[in-house]
Design a binder for this molecule. Structure first.
Ligand code: PLP
Length: 375
C-alpha cells in the first residue's frame, strides 16, 4: 500500500503570502508553471473571454438563464439527446451530488482504492453524502469486472451496505485510461447486477484525447448512467457539471445540488465557461496539449534512465526520483509526492504547459542527477 503525501515543499496546507519564498524560488512568480496539478494552471483566455461576455445586465439566477440553456444543447450534442447537465462548483461536489442522486440511504459505491472519491475528498461522499464506499485495490487505477466482483455482493443482506453504483475515474488518478470496451464491460456487469455506473470525468477530455474518440464513445455509448463532467482541470476558473445520461438512474439531483451547497446563484458564469470549453474544440485542444507535454516529459525522463512507474496515457507522469534530486527540483517547481516511501512523485501537465517548461525541468533534472552521481 503506497504511502501518499502531497508535500510539495512547502506543503499545500502551508499558509504563505505572495512573494514569501521561504527559501524556495517564488512559487507565485508570473510565468512560473508548476507540475503539481493541472489545477495549478490559470484560466484559458477563451474561457475568461466567455465570462466577460456573459457579464451583461441582469439575468435570472440559479440556472434559469440563456447560458445554462445553451449548455444543455452543447451537452446533448456531445452525449446524446437524453443528457441533462447540472452545473456545479467543483469536482468533489459533482461526485457527491451524482452519487447521492444515484443511491438510496442504504446504498454503497464500489470504486478503486485510489479513486479521488476515496482518497482526496476528505470523506465527503461518506460525511456529506451518507454513502458507504466499498474499495478495491487495483494495479493501475483501473477497475475490472473481477475487481468489482470482490465488492459487488451481499444483495438483499440487511447487514451489508447495498452495492448500487460502480464509480470509475476517466482518466484515472494514476494517469491511465479505460478503453470503451473496458467501460462497456463494467457497465454490462453493473447493470446485470441491478447496479448503475458513475464516471468521475474530471479528466475525461484527456482520456478522449488519448483515445482519439468523442466523449460519447466513452460514456453514453458504453452504458454509463451519470458523468461528472470536468472543467476546472482543463482551463476553467471553476466549474464542473453532473451530467445525467439515463434519467432513470437518479432521483432529485436538483434538490441534492442545492442541499449540498453546489447550486451557484450566478450560474450563468459557470455555464458560460462550460459552453466555452465544450461548444467547439477547446476541450480537445487543451487536453491534447496537456497529454502531449506529459508524453514529452516521459520521453525525457526515460532518456535520463529514470524509473517511470505507470503508463502515461493522459497528462500525468509518475516517476521515482532520488530524494536529493526531488529536493533540488523543488527549489523551482512544485509537484506532489505520490509514494513517500519509495520516492515516487507525480508530474502533471496542464493545458498551458509548454515545451520549454518541460525542457527546463528535464535540464534541471539532468543536472541534479549528475550532481547526485558525482557525490
Ligand atoms: C479524479 C478527480 N476527481 C475529482 C477531482 C475534483 O476535485 P475538486 O473538488 O478539487 O474540484 C479531482 C481533483 O483533483 C480529481 O483528480
Amino acid at each position: 500500500m503506497p504511502v501518499r503525501g502531497r508535500s510539495c515543499t512547502p506543503g499545500r496546507g502551508t499558509v504563505r503570502r505572495v512573494g514569501d519564498t521561504g527559501g524556495v524560488n517564488d512559487p507565485h512568480a508570473p510565468g512560473t508553471r508548476h507540475f503539481a496539478s493541472d489545477n495549478y494552471a490559470g484560466v484559458h483566455p477563451e474561457v475568461l473571454a466567455a465570462v466577460a461576455a456573459a457579464n451583461v445586465g441582469h439575468t435570472p439566477a440559479y440556472g434559469d438563464d440563456p447560458w445554462t440553456e445553451r449548455l444543455q444543447e452543447v451537452v446533448r450534442a456531445h452525449l446524446g439527446d437524453a443528457a441533462v447537465a447540472y452545473p456545479v462548483l467543483n469536482g468533489t461536489g459533482a461526485n457527491v451530488v451524482a452519487l447521492q442522486a444515484m443511491l438510496p440511504r442504504w446504498g454503497a459505491v464500489v470504486c478503486a482504492e485510489t479513486a479521488h472519491v476515496n482518497t482526496d475528498e476528505n470523506g465527503a461522499p461518506e460525511r456529506v453524502g451518507g454513502l458507504k464506499l466499498l474499495t478495491v485495490p487495483t494495479p493501475d487505477g483501473r477497475l475490472t469486472p473481477d475487481l468489482v466482483a470482490r465488492q459487488a455482493w451481499g444483495f438483499g443482506d440487511v447487514h451489508r451496505a447495498q452495492p448500487g453504483v460502480v464509480s470509475l475515474t476517466q482518466a484515472t488518478e494514476l494517469g491511465t485510461v479505460y478503453t470503451p470496451d473496458a467501460v462497456r464491460e463494467l457497465c454490462d456487469q453493473a447493470h446485470a447486477l441491478g447496479m448503475r455506473v458513475h464516471v468521475d470525468g474530471s479528466r475525461i477530455a484527456n482520456a478522449a484525447a488519448h483515445l482519439g474518440l468523442p466523449l460519447r464513445a466513452l460514456t453514453t455509448d458504453c452504458g454509463v448512467d451519470v458523468l461528472s463532467l470536468g472543467g476546472t482541470k482543463n482551463g476553467l476558473l471553476l466549474g464542473e457539471a453532473v451530467v445525467v445520461l439515463d434519467p432513470g438512474a437518479v432521483d432529485g439531483v436538483e434538490y441534492l445540488r442545492k442541499a449540498g451547497m453546489q447550486l451557484a446563484s450566478k450560474m450563468r458564469f459557470v455555464s458560460a465557461q462550460l459552453v466555452a470549453l465544450y461548444e467547439g474544440d477547446l476541450w480537445l485542444r487543451s487536453a491534447q496539449r496537456a497529454n502531449a507535454m506529459a508524453a514529452r516529459l516521459r520521453a525525457g525522463l526515460d532518456a535520463l534512465g529514470l524509473d517511470i512507474t505507470l503508463p502515461t496515457e493522459a497528462n500525468g507522469v509518475f516517476v521515482r526520483l532520488p530524494r536529493p534530486v526531488a529536493a533540488a527540483l523543488r527549489r523551482t517547481w512544485r509537484f506532489y509526492d505520490w509514494d513517500v516511501a519509495d520516492g515516487t512523485v507525480r508530474l502533471m501537465c496542464a493545458f498551458d504547459t509548454t515545451e520549454q517548461d518541460v525542457d527546463d525541468l528535464l535540464a534541471a533534472l539532468g543536472e541534479a542527477l549528475g550532481g547526485t552521481a558525482a557525490s
